[in-house]
Design a protein around this ligand. Structure first.
Ligand code: FES
Length: 118
């Protein structure tokens, strides 16, 4: 049975072959994850957050040496490199918000808060 991956936000779910890395899965789902190193654990641009209920990132292979070296303590916060983490079971992954979108969202929230005071 093929494992299922869900990408948040947007809640896009798809089935992939076991062993597919998250970067490949995202591309299959037409979700853009930036990269500069071609998926070689070199650029750190493909960081994603893996949701888990019990502290262990279920559904993914454990981090390899390169990923551990690059991410260090971020691994404990559920951060993984999409190019290195392979899907082996059901997984839910959060993509970081685009910095420009985040700035606009914060500005709109501040504006709404200000408007509600009147
Ligand atoms: S694509 Fe560069 S670290 Fe993953």
């Amino acid at each position: 049975m093929e494992p299922q991956v869900t990408f948040l936000p947007g809640n896009r779910t798809l089935k992939v072959r076991s062993g597919t890395n998250l970067l490949q899965a995202a591309r299959k789902a037409r979700i853009h994850i930036p990269t500069r190193c071609g998926g070689n654990a070199g650029c750190l641009m493909c960081k994603v957050e893996v949701r888990s209920t019990d502290g262990t990132p279920a559904g993914l292979t454990p981090p390899g040496e390169a990923e551990r070296r690059k991410l260090g303590p971020l691994l404990e916060q559920g951060i993984r490199l999409a190019c290195q983490a392979k899907v082996v079971g059901p997984a839910t992954v959060s993509l970081p918000e685009n910095p420009l979108k985040a700035a606009i969202r914060k500005q709109l929230e501040a504006q709404n808060e200000e408007d509600s005071l009147w």
